[in-house]
Design a protein around this ligand. Structure first.
Ligand SMILES: NC(=O)c1ccc[n+]([C@@H]2O[C@H](COP(=O)([O-])OP(=O)(O)OC[C@H]3O[C@@H](n4cnc5c(N)ncnc54)[C@H](OP(=O)(O)O)[C@@H]3O)[C@@H](O)[C@H]2O)c1
Length: 218
């Protein structure tokens, strides 16, 4: 069983991931930026760690995640402006990579974005900046020798989802329930043999467990 350090633990995906990891027997430490979130994290079974990824240094994140074997990044600026996007979706991932190396943690999971997101909508600079930032974070992580997996979900929906997805290297664009993203991540974390993969994810027809098993090579 793993000790998972979760960045974005109070978010739509992160908060759904915690109970799934706990149910699977893992231990979870959740980074949160508001003191009042600690109680909810504890109730969900996670150990809260107070910290803002913008203010934290890589050394702070290294200390916070010491003793963990898996790092998950599911934080995001959520449209709060380009500077925060750069600092969270970009800089936060770089700090996570540095913390992984410093702690000797090999396994890192990054929630990125589906490359086709809003490609047919009117271009807005804030969203284009978000897409570029996500891409740069993917590039940086994929260039490391860590055991990374980059998950690229389609447009997120608030639902729990039915537990059926479409996952693959290059699939048609679509939406995906946040609960299905969390279920897919939880299942991935139970399959450490899946690494050095970029996986696109939408809602679909295949049960999550089967969809993850299908990503095992060989
Ligand atoms: N929206 C979409 O359609 C879409 C599509 C594909 C991929 N994604 C990506 O999927 C991931 C998860 O999305 P989501 O909907 O679960 O996100 P979300 O609900 O907006 O949650 C974002 C998480 O990041 C945390 N966070 C924000 N700023 C922080 C900071 N400075 N320091 C520490 N934590 C901070 C939030 O904490 P608080 O609770 O304190 O705000 C929250 O836990 C994100 O990386 C997002 O970019 C989104």
């Amino acid at each position: 069983m793993s000790h998972v350090f979760l960045i974005g633990s109070t978010g739509g995906v992160g908060s759904r991931l915690i109970p799934k990891l706990i149910a699977a027997g893992h231990t979870v430490t959740g980074l949160h930026r508001k003191a009042e979130q600690a109680e909810t994290l504890q109730e969900a079974g996670a150990k809260p760690h107070l910290g803002d990824i913008i203010e934290m240094t890589a050394e702070d994140l290294t200390a916070a995640s010491a003793g963990c074997d898996v790092l998950v990044f599911s934080a995001g600026a959520a449209g709060s402006g380009p500077e925060r996007t750069t600092a969270i979706d970009g800089g936060g991932v770089i700090k996570m990579m540095d913390a992984a190396r410093a702690n000797g943690i090999k396994r890192v999971y990054l929630v990125s974005v589906f490359p086709d997101a809003r490609r047919d909508a009117e271009r807005k600079e804030g969203f284009e900046h978000y897409m570029r930032t996500k891409r740069m974070a993917d590039n940086a992580l994929a260039a490391t020798d860590l055991d990374w997996v980059i998950l690229r979900p389609g447009t997120l929906e608030t639902e729990e989802g039915e537990g059926h997805v479409n996952a693959g290297l290059a699939i048609p664009y679509g939406t995906v329930a946040r609960g299905n993203v969390a279920a897919f991540l939880a299942e991935l974390i139970d399959r450490p043999e899946i690494r050095h993969e970029i996986i696109e994810l939408t809602d679909g027809e295949v049960p999550v467990k089967e969809a993850v098993a299908a990503r095992v090579r060989g």
